[in-house]
Design a protein around this ligand. Structure first.
Ligand SMILES: O=C(O)c1ccc[n+]([C@@H]2O[C@H](COP(=O)([O-])O)[C@@H](O)[C@H]2O)c1
Ligand SMILES: Cc1cc2nc[nH]c2cc1C
Length: 340
C-alpha cells in the first residue's frame, strides 16, 4: 500500500525525522582519540566515521545501490543530445551487466537494484504543465520510499533518465534562486545550441509555474518520475536510520526539497562526489555538502557515489580495527619520548 496518499501526509513525514544519535557520535570521538595515530591525522575519514556512527552501528556489511529511472516530456524542447529510447536501452544494459555502474557495484561489493518509474511513459513537458500530477508524484515518492532495502547498512542513490538534467536544473533554480543560465549544464553531452535551448526551456518553465511553491510542490512541477522516487528513497532511508551516499547533480537536486522542509533533512546523507555537471558544486555548497571525490565524472547512474563506498569501508575499518595507545602500552605522555 502506498505510504503517502496526500501531500500533507508526505509533508508531515518530511518534518518528523529521527535525529542523529549524539551519544553514539561522542563515543566514536572518544575511541577515535584513543587510536594509535596523531589526533585528527585520518582527516576526513574521521568525520566520515562520526557521521556514519550517528545513524547506525559503525559496521558495514551490506551495501545497496538503488537506481531510479524515468523519462521526461521536456525532451520535446530539444534539451538532450539523446533520445528517450536510451533510457530503456540503458535499463536493459544495467540488467545485462554492461554499464559502468555494474562494474563499480561489483568493485564496491554492493547489490544493484534498478527501479523503473511510470512504465517509462514520459512526465509532462515542464515548460507547458506540471511534470507530474499529484497522484503520479505521490506514487513515485511512495515507490522510492518502499524501495530502500531494510537490511542495508549503506544506501547509494543513482538515476537514469534522458532529459533529467533539465528537470534537475529547473528544480535547483526554483529552490535556490537563479535562472536557466545559472543552472543549466551539458548533461549527457549537449552542444552550445542545445544548452541555449535548455536555458530557454528552464526560463519558460520558471515563468509558467512561478517560484511561489512549497518545496514538495516544486518537486512535483519541475522534477519528474525518478526525481520524485529519489526524494522518497532519501526520506525512507532516514526513517530507517540508514546512511546514504548521494551521486551527482540530478540526485542532489532531487533530494534538496527535504533540506528546505527540515534543515536537518539531509543529515543522514554524504555527497559521494562532485559531478562535472555545471551547477553541482554550487548546489553542494548551498546544501553544506563536502563531496568525498572529484574525479571529473559526469555520468550519473550512481557511479560517483559507488566509487566512494570503499572510502566509507576504509574509514570504518580503521576505526574498528586499529589498536589504541592503551593496547600497545604507550601512554600519551611517554610516546613522545623515544628513550627514557
Ligand atoms: O547527475 C549528474 O551529475 C549527471 C551529469 C551528466 C549526465 N547525467 C546523466 O545523463 C542523463 C541526463 O542527461 P541529459 O543531457 O539527457 O539531461 C541521465 O541519465 C543522467 O544519469 C547525470
Ligand atoms: C549512454 C548514456 C548512459 C548513461 N548513464 C547514465 N546516464 C546516461 C545517459 C546516456 C546517454
Amino acid at each position: 500500500m502506498s505510504p503517502f496518499r496526500s501531500i500533507e501526509a508526505l509533508q508531515t513525514a518530511c518534518r518528523t525525522l529521527p535525529a542523529p544519535d549524539e551519544s553514539a557520535r561522542a563515543a566514536i570521538g572518544l575511541r577515535e582519540a584513543s587510536l594509535t595515530k596523531p589526533a585528527g591525522s585520518l582527516g576526513r575519514l574521521e568525520k566520515l566515521v562520526a557521521w556514519y556512527g550517528a545513524w547506525r552501528e559503525p559496521c558495514l556489511d551490506r551495501v545497496d545501490i538503488c537506481l531510479f529511472a524515468g523519462n521526461h516530456g521536456v525532451l520535446e524542447q530539444g534539451v538532450s543530445a539523446w533520445p528517450a529510447s536510451v533510457t530503456a536501452a540503458m535499463i536493459e544494459n544495467f540488467r545485462q551487466g554492461g554499464a559502468a555502474i555494474n562494474q563499480l557495484a561489483r568493485e564496491a561489493r554492493a547489490g544493484l537494484h534498478v527501479i523503473t518509474l511510470g512504465d517509462l511513459v514520459p512526465s509532462a513537458d515542464l515548460t507547458r504543465a506540471p511534470a507530474l500530477t499529484q497522484e503520479q508524484f505521490l506514487d513515485a515518492v511512495s515507490t522510492g520510499y518502499q524501495s530502500v532495502p531494510p537490511m542495508t547498512d549503506l544506501l547509494v542513490l543513482g538515476e537514469m533518465g534522458v532529459g533529467n538534467t533539465t528537470a534537475a536544473a529547473a528544480l535547483a533554480a526554483v529552490l535556490f534562486g537563479g535562472d536557466g543560465a545559472a543552472w543549466a549544464g551539458r548533461g549527457a553531452g549537449l552542444d552550445d545550441e542545445g544548452i541555449q535551448r535548455k536555458i530557454e526551456a528552464i526560463d519558460r518553465a520558471l515563468s509558467l509555474h512561478g517560484r511561489d511553491h512549497s518545496p514538495l510542490e516544486s518537486a512535483r512541477r519541475y522534477g519528474g518520475w525518478e526525481l520524485a522516487a529519489l526524494l522518497g528513497a532519501m526520506l525512507g532511508a532516514r526513517h530507517q536510520r540508514i546512511p546514504v551516499l548521494l551521486d551527482g547533480f540530478v540526485v542532489t537536486a532531487a533530494v534538496a526539497p527535504l533540506a528546505l522542509l527540515d534543515p536537518s533533512g539531509l543529515d543522514h546523507g554524504y555527497l559521494g562526489h562532485c559531478s562535472q555537471e555545471r551547477g553541482h558544486r554550487q548546489l553542494a555548497d548551498r546544501l553544506g555538502f563536502e563531496p568525498l571525490l572529484d574525479l571529473e565524472l559526469r555520468l550519473g547512474e550512481g557511479s560517483g557515489a559507488a566509487l566512494a563506498v570503499p572510502l566509507v569501508r576504509a574509514a570504518l575499518a580503521c576505526h574498528n580495527g586499529m589498536a589504541s595507545f592503551d593496547d600497545i602500552a604507550v601512554s600519551n605522555q611517554s610516546h613522545h619520548k623515544i628513550t627514557t
